[in-house]
Design a protein around this ligand. Sequence first.
Ligand code: AMP
Ligand code: ZN
Length: 114
Amino acid sequence: MADCLFCKIAAGEIPSRQVFADDRFYAFEDINPQAPTHFLIVPRKHIPTLDDLSRDDGALVGDLVLLASKLAREKGLAESGYRLNINCKEGAGQTVLHLHAHILGGREFRWPPG
Ligand code: AMP
Ligand code: ZN
């Protein structure tokens, strides 16, 4: 989508600190980290929110979760644990309307989140 920040980052049109890239996903460090490790995974396909997914996106979402686990392990978070977070819409704190998963680790997390 032409005017989407995360589409532009995934396409390399806006600089970012890459964590992972393939033909379907792009992962990069969050610009305002909330934990010692904090990166984002976006599908290259522009999907605004969780509520815009269709049944055809099932494999995409499954592979996104598997990729989050793989990258978290590679970052050394498997033993301590980590948080996988997807904010859906403004009331939950979604500020960028391109589906993205946060992976946070390297500190203690409280539950429930604030
Ligand atoms: P959310 O609030 O769930 O929509 O998350 C958006 C995230 O994107 C926030 O954690 C921001 O810090 C992060 N962010 C915004 N702009 C950039 C950017 N240019 N590069 C990396 N992360 C960004
Ligand atoms: Zn987009």
